[in-house]
Design a protein around this ligand. Structure first.
Ligand code: FES
Length: 158
């Protein structure tokens, strides 16, 4: 259950915003952060909080790449699978390496719940291709070695 203080804060923001749509993505992301993913329960609570129809929230939740309607790992690795990254040298073997290193395929989560691999459309960092994003941080000019280092650093952080 969302904390009472958070519910009060959203109600205040809602009064200031006037229209729920102005704050909906922020609220969806915050609720998701609280639960770890955007479950049906999280969706219903968000709809109640914003006084919106759950179907409207569902439409946005399934459209927006960074809202997870299924459980994900602690760190979600958004791997760009758009054209500039595809065309970068070694992209296919790099993707293969990521999957091997983590022991999962795209769309899956490691057994320890630490990492989920998800393909996404262009991250807007084509000059850094191949690129990926983890916890809102973009990593570019990736190689197998750089990827291994990123994973080790994140594992150390726990
Ligand atoms: S195509 Fe990969 S970041 Fe743009």
């Amino acid at each position: 259950m969302l904390p009472e203080t958070y519910i009060n804060e959203v109600e205040k923001r809602l009064r200031r915003a006037g229209r729920p749509r102005e704050i909906i993505i922020d609220v969806m992301l915050e609720v998701q952060q609280f639960y770890g993913w955007f479950s049906d329960e999280a969706l219903e609570q968000t709809a109640r909080l914003l006084k919106m129809n759950p179907l409207e929230i569902e439409e946005l939740a399934t459209f927006y790449n960074y809202i997870y309607r299924q459980p994900v790992g602690k760190h979600v690795i958004h791997v760009c699978d758009s054209v500039i990254c595809w065309m970068s040298e070694g992209y296919a073997s790099f993707v293969e390496h990521m999957q091997e290193k983590l022991g999962i395929q795209m769309g899956q989560t490691t057994d320890d719940g630490m990492f989920t691999l998800l393909p996404v459309c262009c991250l807007g960092y084509c000059d850094l291709a191949p690129a990926l994003m983890i916890n809102q941080r973009v990593y570019g000019h990736l190689t197998a070695e750089k990827f291994d280092q990123i994973i080790e650093d994140l594992r150390r952080e726990k």
